[in-house]
Design a protein around this ligand. Structure first.
Ligand code: FO1
Length: 331
């Protein structure tokens, strides 16, 4: 059983952790692992060069979460973190003082940057970093070319374009985003490893990550949507919106920026029905039980829809959500 999951940061990491747990139960390999193979195709739109280091927030969130090293309260970064080096960087006036690179986290960025300077691709560097953590899931950046999400905002009456992380962390997405710009997207392609993972999957899942700046960025890589539409596997998405509110982060601010209402049904229609349109991706969609009213609407739009509990409160509920997503794919 090969499962390929398109995922962003925090929501994606929790979903992948639940999926790994569920597959270890459903397809055990006798020594605690699973015979199923999970591949995560991860958003790299949040990436940036910062103080000379390549930082990949979504890849790191997933790696730390699956490796058991993440700070679950903060939702990002390493547990047991310290910030001695970042205080020095701030003292030297470099980097973003509002974007903290912890000492342990810097170890990851130094290692990644070292691999890249040695000529490895981001895919190869990611595999080298992941080896240490025994993740049970293969992590693939969506592309080996840089695609950075920048945001056009209006601040003090002036229009400016800032890196996504500046909008997201410094401004907490409270300044309205006029539009998102994927810098470098025209020169980007899905990696051969991503194409293979999509073409050979038995199931493709869209994690409940931000549909605009995480899943949307992945889908925006030229050729990605076509590769998904050609896949033999059923494509099942999990709504990141529950009863009109974003589960985490500020997905609502992002959806508003692209003119999509913040509902589970609107996001499903935004991804589109695979069989009813020439660009749509979804064969099936999971909404929370509080959004059950949207099931007939989406079924009529050509998207098989199920209402199940979507809140991932703990590893068990995450595993159950993964089980529901697999069931929807296999039905
Ligand atoms: N998020 C914050 O809210 N504040 C931070 O200072 C911060 C630093 C940071 C450093 C490295 C990294 O990989 C992630 C970091 N994040 C921080 C989280 C980041 O904004 C999110 O992981 C994603 O970019 C959004 O999904």
């Amino acid at each position: 059983m090969k499962i390929t999951v398109l995922a962003g940061g925090v929501g994606g990491a929790r979903f992948l952790r639940g999926l790994r747990t569920q597959l270890r139960k459903a397809y055990p390999n006798g020594d605690g692992g699973s015979t199923a193979e999970i591949t995560a195709v991860v958003n790299t739109g949040d990436d940036m060069w910062l103080t000379g280091l390549r930082v990949c927030p979504d890849l790191d969130s997933i790696m730390y979460t699956l490796g058991g090293a993440n700070d679950d309260e903060r939702g990002w970064g390493r547990k047991g973190e310290s910030e001695r080096v970042s205080a020095e960087l701030t003292a030297y006036g470099i980097g973003w003082p509002w974007f903290t690179l912890g000492d342990l986290d810097l170890g990851t960025h130094i290692a990644r940057s070292s691999f890249l300077r040695d000529g490895l691709t981001l895919t190869e560097a990611t595999a080298r970093l992941a080896e240490r953590w025994n993740l049970g899931i293969r992590l693939l950046p969506m592309s080996d070319q840089s695609v950075e999400t920048h945001v056009e905002i209006e601040l003090d009456g002036r229009r400016r374009i800032v890196h996504f992380e500046e909008w997201w962390v410094k401004h907490r997405a409270t300044v309205p985003a006029k539009r998102f710009i994927q810098v470098g997207v025209d020169a980007a392609t899905p990696t051969p490893e991503v194409r293979h993972a999509i073409a050979h999957a038995d199931i493709v899942l869209l994690a409940p990550s931000n549909p605009v700046v995480s899943i949307g960025t992945i889908l925006g890589v030229p050729g990605m949507r076509a590769a998904l539409r050609e896949a033999k596997a059923p494509i099942v998405g999990v709504s990141p919106i529950i009863s009109g509110a974003a589960v985490r982060g500020m997905a609502d601010a992002c959806l508003t920026a692209i003119g999509v209402e913040t509902t589970a049904a609107a996001v499903a229609k935004h991804y589109g029905s695979r069989r009813r349109s020439t660009t749509g991706l979804l064969d099936a969609w999971l909404v929370d039980e509080t959004d059950a009213a949207s099931v007939p609407v989406l079924e009529a739009a050509g998207i098989r829809t199920r209402a199940v509990p979507l809140w991932m409160r703990d590893p068990d509920t995450s595993a159950q959500l993964a089980a529901d997503a697999l069931a929807a794919a296999l039905s």
